[in-house]
Design a binder for this molecule. Structure first.
Ligand code: GTP
Ligand code: MG
Length: 222
């Protein structure tokens, strides 16, 4: 069932909606995966993995791209604690992942999250690898070690990736050129584009959605 956001209650855990997103229109949560390798039931669809350090803005960006507040957002790092599979327009899945690089997370939990993300990106005998990844780096900060490791992992695993520099609204205009240069030289190349984005203002979200759809090989929303 697809419901409008007005009737969707976050408190009751009804996690679906119909919005005016640049990446898709109808969204429903099909799985909150807590175990490595867990997948939604039925035939697999192309999957987009949303990755980045805790608090970088993954869930916010997912909501902004889809035009509905389906994913939970928090000022406190460590909000997303499972792999949340959102089915979009019944044609592909967007997977909101737990953040990495959060020192306060219990070691055991961190290891499980890592394994879940690894299995999502690489796939297994009965589950295909993610079709592409959206890697988020905080646009206000210099490149971080954990982001470098993830970028390297994605490159080695051959997962088509788009990088988004988040919270661009919070970067001073006088710093933007320098910041973009340093993030691009670290993370971008001819096959891996980088776009500065803001979930608050919507800056560059249509362009980001286009790049993601190309990699998911799905046509644009009607
Ligand atoms: P975890 O699930 O804990 O890994 O975090 P996350 O990466 O999903 O981050 P989340 O979307 O929950 O956002 C973290 C904080 O950043 C929240 O306080 C958001 O309001 C804020 N935030 C997210 N995107 C933006 C943005 O584009 N601009 C600004 N200024 N703040 C943002
Ligand atoms: Mg989150």
């Amino acid at each position: 069932m697809t419901v409008t956001l007005a009737s969707a209650s976050h408190r009751t855990g009804l996690r679906s909606g119909a919005g005016r997103g640049v990446l898709g229109r109808s969204v429903r949560l099909v799985l909150a995966g807590h175990r490595p390798g867990e997948r939604p039931k039925g035939a697999p669809l192309p999957a987009l993995a949303v990755l980045g350090r805790s608090n970088v803005g993954k869930s916010s960006l997912l909501n902004a791209l889809l035009g509905v507040k389906v994913a939970r957002v928090s000022q406190t790092p460590g909000r997303t604690q499972a792999l949340y599979w959102y089915r979009v327009d019944d044609s592909f899945d967007v997977v909101d992942c737990p953040g990495y690089g959060w020192a306060k997370a219990a070691k055991e939990k961190r290891a499980t999250f890592e394994e879940m993300i690894e299995k999502l990106l690489i796939g297994s005998e009965d589950a295909p690898a993610a079709s592409c990844a959206l890697l988020l780096a905080d646009g206000r900060l210099e490149p971080q070690e954990s982001d470098r490791s993830m970028a390297l992992f994605l490159g080695n695993a051959g997962v088509p990736t788009v990088v988004a520099a988040t919270k661009w609204d919070a970067v001073k205009p006088s710093e933007r050129v320098r910041r973009l240069r340093s993030l691009s030289s670290e993370f971008a190349d001819s096959e891996r584009p980088l776009l500065p984005v803001s979930s608050e203002t919507g800056e560059n979200l249509p362009g980001l959605a286009r790049l993601l759809r190309e990699r998911l090989r799905t046509p644009s929303s009607p």
